[in-house]
Write a protein that binds this ligand. Structure first.
Ligand code: G6P
Length: 365
C-alpha cells in the first residue's frame, strides 16, 4: 500500500513524529532486561581490536557519534572516514579487524565500495542498515537492522536516530564483551537509553519554542553549529540538515576548534547554535560560547535546565530539553536539531521532502 502523510504536511514532519516509536522498537529488540542483546554474530565480539567505520551523509555522522562511544566506553580504536575518501585512500588494514558500515538504504555506491574494499582487506563486515534486502545486506557478514520503516523525506530523520540507538547498544555490547565496563555501569547506561522514547515525545510536544527560533534562523545568511564529544556530530548533522532543506549556509564545528577559524565570521548577524547538554564537556563548550558571545554572536542554546541556567546570561534563545545522561544525550539532541531545520524550511517555503539537487539514495558515484 502507498504510504501516506496522514495529518502531516510533509513526510519529514510525519517521520520526525515517529522518533519515539522507532527508538523504542530498537531498544525493545536490542535490550533484554536492561542488558544488550545482539543477534548471533559470525565473529567473536571480545576479539575485536580495531574498527574501521565508513558511511556517507547523515549516516556518517551517526557513525562519528558511535566512534566516540566505541572508543570512550568500549576502548576500541575506530578509524572513521566518509566512504568517497576512504575507498580511494585504500588504507592498510590489519587482518581480523571489524569493518562497520552505516546506511539507511544499503545502496549508497560509495559506502558499498568501502564495504567491498574492507572485505578484500580481510575485515569482518558489520552493517547498520534500514533496508535488510539491500546490496550491502547481501555482502555483509552480519547486519544490525534499524527497522525504522520506510523513510520518504530525502533528509534523514528517524533513520538517523535509529542508527544512533543501534550503535549505542552495540557500543555497550562491545564494552561488555571486552569486560571494560562493570555490568552495573552497562545497565545504568542502557537504562538511560530507555528514557529516550518518553523524552523524545516530550521534545516533539514542545514545538512552539523551536518554531519561534526558526523565525530568527530563517533570517540568517550563515549559521554556526557547535558541539563536543558525542554531540559534535550532532552539530554537523544540524548544519547539514539546515543546508539540505532550507538552503541556508551552515557549518558544524567542534566547539574547541571554533577559535581556529569560524570565530572570524562571528558578528551579530550570525546565530551560533550550541548543542551542549550537561556533562563532563559542558564547561569547555560554555567557555567557547563566551568567546562567541564576546564577538556579538547570537548564542542559541540547546541544553537541559542546568546547562540552560548557566548559559542564560549569554543566550539569545534557549531550547530547553529534558535532562538525560550524557551518553544518551546525542540521540535526544538530534531531534530538536532536525525539527529546527524542518521549521526553517517551512518558513522559507522550500520543497521540504524533495530538496533541489538531492537524492534519497545516491547509487552512482
Ligand atoms: C543521501 C541522503 C542522506 C543520507 C545519505 C546516505 O545524501 O539525502 O539523507 O544520509 O544519502 O544515504 P544512506 O542510504 O547510505 O544512509
Amino acid at each position: 500500500a502507498a504510504i501516506g502523510k496522514g495529518n502531516f504536511r510533509h513526510f519529514m514532519e510525519k517521520e520526525l513524529h515517529e522518533h519515539p516509536v522507532v527508538i523504542g522498537d530498537v531498544l525493545h529488540r536490542m535490550l533484554d532486561g536492561g542488558t544488550p542483546r545482539l543477534p548471533a554474530l559470525p565473529f567473536d565480539l571480545a576479539a575485536v581490536k580495531r574498527i574501521t567505520m565508513s558511511a556517507c551523509g547523515s549516516a556518517f555522522y551517526a557513525g562519528l557519534t558511535a566512534k566516540f562511544w566505541l572508543e570512550n566506553l568500549a576502548r576500541v580504536p575506530v578509524e572513521a572516514d566518509v566512504a568517497s575518501e576512504f575507498r580511494y585512500r585504500a588504507p592498510p588494514l590489519d587482518e581480523g579487524g571489524l569493518g562497520l558500515l552505516v546506511s539507511q538504504s544499503g545502496e549508497t555506491a560509495d559506502t558499498l565500495a568501502a564495504l567491498r574494499y574492507m572485505k578484500t582487506a580481510g575485515q569482518k563486515i558489520l552493517s547498520v542498515l534500514n533496508v535488510p534486502e539491500s546490496s550491502m545486506a547481501r555482502e555483509s557478514d552480519a547486519i544490525l537492522e534499524t527497522i525504522a520503516g520506510p523513510e520518504i523525506g530525502v533528509a534523514s530523520t528517524k533513520a538517523f536516530t535509529a542508527q544512533l540507538t543501534v550503535l549505542a547498544v552495540f557500543s555497550l555490547a562491545l564494552a561488555q564483551a571486552k569486560g571494560v565496563l562493570p555490568s552495573a555501569e552497562v545497565e545504568r547506561l542502557a537504562a538511560s537509553l530507555l528514557e529516550i522514547p518518553a523524552k523524545a515525545a516530550e521534545v516533539l510536544a514542545n514545538e512552539a519554542p523551536i518554531r519561534q527560533l526558526a523565525k530568527r534562523i530563517a533570517e540568517a545568511r550563515d549559521v554556526l553549529y557547535l558541539g563536543r564529544g558525542g554531540c559534535f556530530p550532532i552539530a554537523l548533522e544540524g548544519a547539514l540538515k539546515l543546508k539540505e532543506i532550507s538552503y541556508i549556509h551552515a557549518e558544524g564545528y567542534a566547539a574547541g576548534e571554533m577559535k581556529h577559524g569560524p570565530i572570524a565570521l562571528i558578528d551579530k548577524s550570525v546565530p551560533v547554535i550550541a548543542i551542549c547538554p550537561s556533562g563532563p564537556l559542558f564547561e569547555k563548550t560554555a567557555s567557547n560560547l563566551q568567546e562567541a558571545a564576546a564577538r556579538g554572536g547570537q548564542i542559541v542554546v540547546f541544553s537541559d535546565k542546568e546547562g540552560a541556567e548557566k548559559l542564560a546570561p549569554i543566550a539569545a534563545e534557549t531550547i530547553l530539553l529534558p535532562e538525560i545522561d550524557p551518553f544518551a544525550a546525542p540521540i535526544l539532541h538530534a531531534i530538536p536539531v532536525q525539527m529546527l531545520a524542518y521549521h526553517v524550511a517551512v518558513l522559507k517555503g522550500t520543497d521540504v521532502d524533495q530538496p533541489r539537487n538531492l537524492a534519497k539514495s545516491v547509487t552512482v558515484e
